[in-house]
Ligand binder design. Structure first.
Ligand code: ADP
Length: 435
């Protein structure tokens, strides 16, 4: 139980840490991306304005055309420009690298961006690489007359590559931090639950000791009441007889509660271990049915038993006895008169041999939302009805513990108002034909 809490705490701690780290990476990456974008925009705006100014004399015809074809490679922050005269003829240029030139020129031919605004374009190159370019354009004006147009660009792939590398480093660092956080979280969670563990163990010990100590006085009380009732010299009034009967019922109820508490407290401290032996489940079940028949008859519930003979299983006989008693007792308790309660047992052969116990009744049933809760300690759907029937709310939690201690499963199927079925499957070697 505590290792589950510890693991859950560690998980939660790690999840919170992961969310923080992710948020940190996303925010810082977007921040850097935004700053870079703003920087590129202002650079390209300044660049296009400067180049437009520089090429004004050229378009006025004051200097000679200059077309430079430099063979840049695609790395580094390489700039380029194209100057066109008013007839659309190229007047000057400094070309980008060959790998991106055709892409750049296609963008220029379809240019629709306002003057001075940078546009970022991603190109996929023939060799599979990616290139990121920022481009801007501007009309070259001479006193209100358009003389031509300039396009400038810059290869900014390297900045984004750097950013990508930073992101990878951040992600790797985040994963390392996350592992470290999970480890630390595990250590801290272990420390945090120490006081919880101590108080739980103290409480468990107290429950076990108290229940153990209460058993003797309770049985003395019961025998004392019996002795008073059996004393012929006693002239008891009707009221006293009734009171003694009520006392006896309450003492029995308390004894059951104390014994259930003791069972669970021992189960928690793992003092009670499961002692498996080979026994005939059919014989045990038949004997339990026989002993509970008077109780069922008194309530007007028909108690049935369905099983083949000789079902040898390997389990804790005493605990299985207790399990059957709890389930059949509940079936009788929560079934009104003229109803039915049936116990079926069987074996399942195959890869994982097991035996099954099914207790079906036609009683009040269990609504869907309570199906898990009824296995919790002290949980009763209808407290007054359970109390009236002498219930303590511990039966099914003991039943669940017994089944799980055997490595089995217990589930309930129910139609409220129509009845319930408790289905138990417990692994056991197959003794078929070996009895
Ligand atoms: P209790 O001592 O109250 O019977 P249990 O742990 O055995 O305690 O059962 C828990 C609750 O589950 C009961 O109070 C009852 O509301 C419900 N319950 C158990 N068995 C049945 C059943 N066969 N039919 C209907 N309700 C049941």
């Amino acid at each position: 139980m505590f290792s589950k809490i510890r693991n859950r705490l560690t998980m939660q701690y790690t999840m919170v840490m992961a969310i923080f780290l992710l948020a940190f990476i996303v925010i810082s990456y977007s921040g850097v991306l935004w700053v870079l974008y703003r920087e590129e925009q202002s650079d390209i705006q300044a660049f296009v304005a400067e180049e437009a100014r520089e090429h004004l004399p050229l378009l006025r015809g004051e200097v000679k055309a200059d077309i430079v074809d430099r063979e840049y490679d695609n790395s580094g922050d390489k700039v380029f420009y194209y100057v066109y005269d008013r007839n659309g003829q190229m007047a000057a240029a400094e070309f980008p690298s060959k790998q991106i030139r055709s892409n750049v020129e296609t963008v220029i031919h379809n240019w629709k961006v306002p003057d001075g605004v940078g546009k970022i374009k991603h190109f996929k190159l023939d060799n599979g690489d990616k290139a990121i370019i920022i481009l801007a354009s501007m009309h070259i004006m001479d006193g209100g007359v358009v003389l031509g147009r300039i396009y400038v660009g810059e290869n900014i792939t390297s900045y984004y590559e750097m950013l990508k590398t930073t992101l990878i480093i951040l992600a790797v660092a985040a994963i390392i931090f996350l592992f470290a956080a999970a480890y630390l979280g595990h250590l801290l969670a272990g420390k945090a639950i120490i006081p919880l563990k101590q108080s739980f163990f103290r409480q468990r010990e107290f429950t076990a000791d108290a229940s153990h100590e209460l058993r003797t006085p309770l049985s003395i009380l019961l025998t004392s009441v019996d002795a008073i009732q059996l004393d012929d010299d006693n002239k008891l009034t009707v009221f006293s007889i009734q009171t003694l009967d009520d006392m006896k019922n309450e003492i029995r109820r308390m004894s059951r509660l104390v014994s259930d508490l003791l069972t669970l407290a021992r189960a928690d401290t793992e003092v009670t271990s499961i002692i498996k032996e080979k026994f005939d489940l059919y014989a045990l079940a038949e004997q339990i049915i026989r002993s509970l028949k008077p109780l069922a008859d008194a309530k007007g519930v028909e108690l049935e038993f369905e099983s083949q003979e000789d079902i040898f299983v390997f389990a804790d006989k005493e605990k299985i006895n207790q399990l059957l008693l709890i389930l059949i007792d509940n079936a009788i308790k929560y079934t009104p008169s003229r109803g039915n309660a049936k116990l079926s047992i069987g074996i399942k052969e195959g890869k994982k041999p097991c035996f099954t116990i099914t207790v079906i009744d036609t009683g009040v049933g269990i609504p869907e939302e309570y199906k898990e809760l009824v296995f919790e300690r002290f949980y009763r759907i209808d407290k007054s009805r359970s109390r009236e029937q002498g219930g303590t709310g511990l039966g099914l939690s003991i039943a669940k513990w017994i089944v799980e201690a055997h490595g089995g499963t217990i589930k309930v199927e129910s139609n409220p108002g129509m009845g319930s079925s408790f289905i138990i499957v417990i692994p056991s070697p197959n003794f078929n034909g070996m009895s």
